[in-house]
Ligand binder design. Sequence first.
Ligand SMILES: *Cc1c(COP(=O)(O)O)cnc(C)c1O
Length: 381
Amino acid sequence: MPGFSTNAIHAGQEPDPTTGAVITPIHPSSTFAQDGVGGLRAGGYEYSRSANPTRTALQECLAALEGGRHGVAFGSGMGATDVLLRTLLRPGDHLVIPHDAYGGTFRIVDKVLAAWGVEHTPVDLADLDALRAALRPTTRVVWCETPTNPLLGVADVAGVAGIARAAGARLVVDNTFASPYLQNPLGLGADVVLHSTTKYVGGHSDVVGGALVTDDDELAERVRFHQNATGSVPGPFDAWLTLRGVKTLAVRMERHCDNAERVVALLAGHPAVARVLYPGLPEHPGHEVAAKQMRRFGGMVSFRLAGGREAALRVCAGTRLFTLAESLGGVESLIEHPGAMTHASVAGSVLEVPDDLVRLSVGIEDAEDLLEDLRGALDAL
Ligand SMILES: *Cc1c(COP(=O)(O)O)cnc(C)c1O
């Protein structure tokens, strides 16, 4: 089996048979010529909502990177979430979601699916007893995110998978934070892996996209049917940009992790910082599990300020290189206040995050420059 980077650069990306183009062409065509009524040409393409060659290349690449048989690319991570959940769930069904799930995931479950008659229970998935207690005879899906956004909680995917399987529920793992380079949930027992490819997979903050990967032939077929029926597809140029970004995922992730470790060391030693949340720290409650199931600990770092909300807002306003912005996983470093920004939609719910929390997406700039920027903002408090 080829290695990770070989797959990232070559899987699904043979030189174009008609021209020899080394890089997968962008196929903007919405429709494809047919050989007679009902007779598709060799490629099997018909209409680009159903399938498009540039998208196929991306799907094959992502499937290879997650070690799964089927990849399906979407117009966004939420598009993938919507199609998957409405494929797996019916009115009256129940699902379990992490108590600190991505805000958009909680919103779709709480606002869209709830109105559709699907019930949910938020659970701390780091606590397997809490998961067991939340299961019902109608539980069809256990949704897992690890590490979580923005609290960097860690769930034991193999442990969660065993419990979900015994209960007859499917396990979905949102692997956006780790990226396929750091963690492969299918190998740990997950049924489906989800990515917001907007983040590390694309890696350059220039395209929104999502993807699902699964080994389950029947589920892949149903997901494709649902996607074609409802239309949540990425355009060919978006698929191409994502494919271009993913080629360098391994080298980017190594650098993200190197820089995050340097940033964590700075934060952990600074008097203005009350607590650093990073699975790479030995005192993190999920450290051992993370070390077992992840290659390294990632580029996302959160921390709590001794000076509370006021200090958190001032740090966010005080950096120059760390740009104040939502999203994550790009080459550039970003800083944000989850309580007022990415997680504002969960304020007042069980998913509310502490207001002294700052989240960093540590980029791949020179570490010294990042440290100087953060030190300056913290020293000024
Ligand atoms: C961003 C994100 C999503 C949603 O993806 P979009 O591409 O923004 O639709 C889902 N899960 C996690 C963990 C994310 O960070």
